[in-house]
Ligand binder design. Sequence first.
Ligand SMILES: Nc1ncnc2c1ncn2[C@@H]1O[C@H](COP(=O)(O)OP(=O)(O)OP(=O)(O)O)[C@@H](O)[C@H]1O
Ligand SMILES: [Mg+2]
Length: 465
Amino acid sequence: MQFDKVLIVDDELVIRKSLEEQLRCNRYTVASASTLSAAENLLAKDNFDLVFLDVRLPDGDGKQLLKHFNSLPDSAEKPLTVVITGYGSIESAVACMKLGAFDYIIKPFSLQEIDVVLQKAESFFHLMKVNQFFSSQVNDEESVGLLGESPAIKHIRSLITKVATTEATVLITGENGTGKELVAHEIHRQSHLASNPYITVNCAAIAENLIESEFFGHEKGAFTNAIQRRLGRFELANNGTILLDEIAEISPHLQAKLLRVLQEKEFERVGGTKTLKVNVRVIASTNRDLRQSVLKGDFREDLYYRLNVFPIEIPPLRERGDDILLLSDFFLKRYMRKHGIQLKGFSAEAKSALMAHRWPGNVRELQNSIERAIILSNGQEWIFPNALNLSANPVIEISDTAGETASTPSQEEPLVNLETVEKRHILRVLEATHGNRTKAAGLLDISTRTLSNKLKQYALCETKG
Ligand SMILES: Nc1ncnc2c1ncn2[C@@H]1O[C@H](COP(=O)(O)OP(=O)(O)OP(=O)(O)O)[C@@H](O)[C@H]1O
Ligand SMILES: [Mg+2]
């Protein structure tokens, strides 16, 4: 990725002309100004990617322009600035660097020096754009926002709009697949932090011994394998939003550290001694009843209150009435497009089946059922109930029969040890939940971390995270 528009601000004609020529040879679009006010006029009319800025100008100090760039709300509009300075005024170059200048060159400079600066700026510009892309990237799945016309969803949308104007900590709760991550992302997108980073951490997916470093980073040599300093997610999220997904799963040790970040906005990297300050909007989410976790002594009460400043409780899909059909139609269109399959829609019986189902996996389950039904119905006109496969609700089936299986083993079955029974049962539940660990853990009534540990213990999975 190349930048295009360059502005030269210098009162010396020779410098302007030589820079202009070199830049034009490199195919940049160039404009130049000999005074601060001329530069300001040009900047008011157009966005520049790079500015060569002389510090001493006839009508003022180049630093004023740097200060102006700093005040721009949208970081995407800030140009990179290369300060041009005379040999005797290195101090002013240093002052400019402190104000956020990208680099400086000393007069007289050579063509090669400019080339080096341009190359450096190009790679920095590229990284910056990649970063902006990922920060603002909304994957196709999320770009539509929170769909639904039920009173419950309308209420949630109004809560999102209200809390987005503040930097209050938000606690989002709801069953699996109700849309917690979607709501968190919406809050960030509608807030004034929208052009800043949006970083998520899935607390259940990261191994216990790595999670602190994932949150706060580590210094080189902090532990085996820490071959380099690494920034944590809180640092990456600075001036933006962090989503602490599945917050109930963090250990008491990390709960204490998190409390400190929320209270003091400071922390140390693992193995580090320097205290770092961050300004981050925190959103936490969980499918557990955190209050229960507090009562059971699994979650710190003080941390609970710090997080629960603005609670948003997302209702299960089965309580959202016709939203089920609205979402079904939306997913129908999305997945027909994705798979290049044409269908007329849901048969009347299929619609009734959709409305009657309990949807324990909520919107995610609905989404998966419909994608599967579309593929199964390829070649037909309509989606019929059998394609939705809702009667064989795996969750109900498991909970109804689990006890029976355990107490009445078949005659031929050899008597096995407890570990084997546990391993088999975990596999059954995982199969029934289509490999969804969060759901499986919910059914087994253990934390996702415990489930991950058991999977590792029984070598039932590759180690993740
Ligand atoms: N109201 C909605 N409108 C459109 N899509 C939705 C809606 N709610 C959820 N989804 C989609 O359903 C899927 C599940 O949502 P999400 O991941 O936000 O749920 P979650 O509550 O975080 O789930 P889990 O507890 O399993 O982590 C996502 O693909 C999301 O985009
Ligand atoms: Mg989630």
